[in-house]
Design a protein around this ligand. Structure first.
Ligand code: PLI
Length: 461
């Protein structure tokens, strides 16, 4: 088969510092994965060769960001780095009021507490683990209104993150607009495989929700990556910059939560943003309970400085082209080997379809968890389950059985090389060649919340 690998995505940076990696052999890895209960979250990082667990907090910061950290103003209140960050967010993202938080879920907690009443409904373009849990803990029920194509790994719809407007209208008719404090919209929908939402869909959503007086809250964790896909795929955007597209996306929304650990190129940090004074006022009251004063929100001054600089760097067209170019390179190599992956290739990683990869396992035998453990065993590459384990249980105790049973190969930003991508593709291919002999897992320990982080498994005989 002729490969469609593009060769024009070279990085707009060079290396100044490197981190040495430990190489392991198979017996060591077998011991490590058994000790970790076949859960890659419980592996020690030093036992991992290429770490694709997440793109969260794993970016390499630039020399400008590191220099910025030396400019940290560690005052308890009113740090100058807060004002810098506030200005960057207002200017580049276009939101009015900003509250820093220690990371994304800190913002989700505060936002959910500020806006949700018991019995409320939150429609959204697919769930995210922490986001939905905070909505549920605040008393709401999440309803998925993403288009059906998002649940089909093989569908090549260019905007699988789109909201199905008919599904949303049905939710509004069923529950009434008064019970919907906001629609929760993620850009680059993580659980769907890093799939974008289109600008047209956002415009339609804005027009519809404005009529009903319903807010749109934007999970903008990977907004720059979404903007890249709009630039590449949506009519009228090819000549617009990532900066301009990001600002336009945000302009159709009323507020945002952000995990700056992804797009914004920092190892820790996040924020809550809103255009409404009342919401800001309530969130500013809450942040002092859960995070810290509203001018630091659980962060050091130096962290806010690194974030301000990272946000600017993340919106460069050259950066995002190289970033997604690398992900596409890996995805295309896997396709060349015949590995079943979610299509189109998403923004932050490659999502392997574990149901297709291991068709002899039922979902109760945790195909994605199993495959993730096997990939580690094969070559020390750490990935993450995004299937039935991540989906967790409903409030009535029943398991959610998501259609998507995926293993996520998430690519940290500015960290690994093209040769690393080759090793990753070769390792998954080696597992693919012996897939018929792979046995499933049983769960032997299940934590109460967000079980995928700490659950333990044993291999089925
Ligand atoms: O990990 P946090 O608390 O900074 O952010 C939570 C969070 C919110 N929204 C989205 C879309 C996320 O992807 C997200 C965190 N994601 C992680 C940790 C990931 O590995 O994908």
């Amino acid at each position: 088969m002729k490969s469609k690998i593009k060769s024009s995505w070279a990085e707009p940076y060079k290396m100044k510092v490197v981190e040495l990696l430990k190489m392991t052999d198979r017996p060591q890895r077998l011991k490590s994965i058994k000790e970790a209960g076949y859960n890659t979250f419980l592996l020690k990082s030093e036992d991992v060769y290429i770490d694709l667990l997440t793109d969260s907090g794993t970016s390499a910061m630039s020399d400008r960001q590191w220099a910025g950290m030396m400019l940290g103003d560690e005052a308890y209140a009113g740090s100058r780095n807060f004002y810098h960050l506030e200005k960057v967010i207002q200017t580049l993202y276009g939101y009015k009021y900003i509250i820093p938080t220690h990371q994304g879920r800190g913002a989700e907690n505060i936002l959910s507490k500020a806006l949700i009443k018991k019995g409320d409904i939150i429609p959204g373009n697919m769930y995210f683990t922490t986001t939905r849990l905070h909505q549920e803990l605040a008393g709401a029920k999440f309803v998925d209104v993403i288009i059906d194509e998002a649940h089909d790994p093989a569908s090549e719809h260019p905007f699988k993150g789109n909201v199905d407007m008919d599904k949303l209208k049905q939710v509004v008719e069923k529950y009434g607009a008064k019970r919907i404090p906001y629609v929760c919209i993620a850009t680059s929908v993580n659980m769907a495989g890093g799939q974008p939402i289109s600008m047209q869909n956002l415009k339609d959503l804005r027009a519809y929700t404005t009529k009903l007086g319903i807010r749109i809250i934007h999970d903008m964790t990977r907004v720059a990556e979404n903007a890249y896909f709009i630039q590449q795929r949506e009519a009228g955007y090819a000549k617009k910059s990532i900066r301009a597209i990001v600002k336009e996306i945000n302009s159709y929304t009323d507020g945002a939560t952000m995990s700056a650990k992804k797009d914004a190129l920092v190892n820790i940090g996040g924020f809550l943003a809103t255009n409404e004074w009342d919401v800001y006022e309530e969130a500013r009251n809450l942040v002092v309970i859960y995070e810290g004063l509203h001018t630091y929100g659980g962060l050091a001054g130096r962290d806010m400085e690194a974030m301000a600089i990272g946000i600017e760097e993340s919106l460069s067209d050259e950066h995002i082209r190289a970033r997604i170019g690398q992900v596409e390179y890996l995805g295309q190599k896997m396709l060349d080997y015949g590995i079943p992956i979610v299509l189109p290739i998403g923004g932050h990683g490659i999502f392997v379809d574990a149901k297709k990869f291991l068709p002899h396992l039922t979902q109760d035998q945790f195909p994605a968890q199993t495959l993730s453990a096997e990939v580690y065993l094969e070559a020390g590459v750490r990935t993450m389950e995004r299937g039935v384990v991540s989906a967790g249980r409903k409030s009535n105790g029943e398991n959610y059985y998501p259609k998507l049973e995926l293993v996520r190969f998430t690519i940290p930003r500015r960290v690994y090389t093209q040769a690393h991508m080759d090793v990753i593709a070769e390792s998954i291919n080696s597992v693919f060649l012996r897939r018929d002999k792979i046995k499933g897992l049983k769960m032997v320990y299940e934590p109460k919340y967000l079980r995928f982080f700490q659950a333990r498994f044993e291999r089925l005989k």
